[in-house]
Ligand binder design. Structure first.
Ligand code: BV8
Ligand code: ZN
Length: 290
């Protein structure tokens, strides 16, 4: 009996020590120095220090709804005015938000790696365009883009940075719970401008319950298959299928480093975990070598 007990304690200790990722930055930098194909998965946390609310932190609510209750097709068909107010609020917010040190560190790292024939690609869950505004060129947007619309009738997708996107949304979208729905009629919501269409437009984002774009996912899997290092920055790793991408890379024995304020359900599958605001940790991790 004694022997079995000891074996259990030992395997539990091994599991714990094996599972605990390293926070040794010098060790990470040795791995980073050799990397030629870097994939960086980002979530709402990378934009937090730019003043963009995350989904599950403070500010993750708009009025009395969580994003998930609005970011779905049923919510849009039930009340397109309310969903457009939510996205209008987020579009307007971005007019006063800008990339932070984490976004900039990724953009300059991409430039340095590309200059020596290596590759860095950002695979983001975010729709706020802050990676593009920081100068990142190689960005795959898993969940679409706040500044693109899609016609619900002819499926035409186009960029639109006009704020407000339609006059009826001017002054609308205030986030505090005591604000009432604007109750905008569908005629006055964004409409398709293609001749003979006029269909209701929706934000070109992937809502809960909707499949991700196949072409983008093909590119994402190609990049993940080829990478020799993967970073996971500012994501709770709760939303699928995005949440399974980094653990899949780790299961191939490729080093994965997580940058987050806290541990996540995926942390134990990674080799590195750096706790703290990524606006501070990422620039240190990706700093140029002398
Ligand atoms: C789909 C766009 C097929 C809209 C978003 C299993 C397999 C497949 C699907 C599912 C599955 N199980 C359940 C599902 C359904 C669902 C899902 O995953 N639900 C979850 C809640 C369980 N998935 C889907 O519906 C997906 N579709 O798979 O289609 C299908 C369909 C039906 C049923 C089965 C299969 C589509 C999901 C995409 C939804 N769209 N965004 C919009 O933005 O309005 S998701 C949205 O939420 C974001 O894009 C992002 O992906 C997610 C939020 O996650 P995070 O980015 O991680 O943000 P969060 O606030 O959660 O965390 C922030 C983190 O940052 C925290 O960890 C925090 O500690 C950290 N942080 C904060 N500050 C800092 C920081 N870190 C560092 N520094 C800081 N300063
Ligand atoms: Zn149309």
């Amino acid at each position: 009996m004694q022997f079995i007990r000891q074996a259990q304690v030992c395997s539990r200790f091994l599991r714990l020590t094996m599972a605990r990722p390293s926070s040794d930055m010098a060790r990470f930098r040795e791995v980073f120095k050799l990397s030629q194909r870097l994939v960086v998965l980002t979530g709402a946390g990378i934009s937090a220090e730019s003043g963009v609310p995350t989904f599950r932190g403070p500010g993750g609510y708009w009025r009395r709804w969580q994003a998930q209750e609005l970011a779905n097709p049923a919510a849009f068909s039930a009340n397109p005015s309310r969903v457009w107010e939510f996205y209008h609020y987020r579009r307007e917010l971005m007019a006063t938000r800008k990339p932070n040190a984490a976004h900039r560190a990724l953009a300059s790292c991409e430039e340095r790696l590309h200059a020596k024939g290596c590759r860095l690609v950002v695979v983001t869950q975010n729709i706020d365009e802050l990676h593009h505004r920081a100068g990142s060129k190689n960005v795959l947007e898993l969940h679409g883009n706040l500044f693109k619309t899609c016609c619900t009738v002819c499926q035409d997708v186009r960029e639109n940075h006009t704020n407000p996107i339609v006059p009826s949304l001017a002054g609308k979208g205030a986030p505090s719970p005591d604000n009432q729905d604007a109750g905008i009629s569908v005629e006055d919501l964004p409409r398709c401008q293609l001749p003979g269409c006029g269909g209701l437009l929706r934000p070109h984002v992937i809502w809960f319950g909707e499949s991700l774009d196949e072409d983008i996912m093909t590119k994402v899997f190609e990049e993940l298959e080829a990478c020799d290092l993967c970073l996971v920055v500012g994501t709770s790793s709760l939303v699928y299928p995005a949440a399974m991408l980094a653990p899949q890379v780790a299961s191939r024995g490729v080093p994965v480093a997580e940058f987050n304020l806290e541990t996540t359900p995926a942390t134990t599958s990674f080799g590195f975990h750096f706790e703290g605001p990524c606006g501070q940790t990422l620039p240190v991790a990706l700093a140029p070598f002398e």
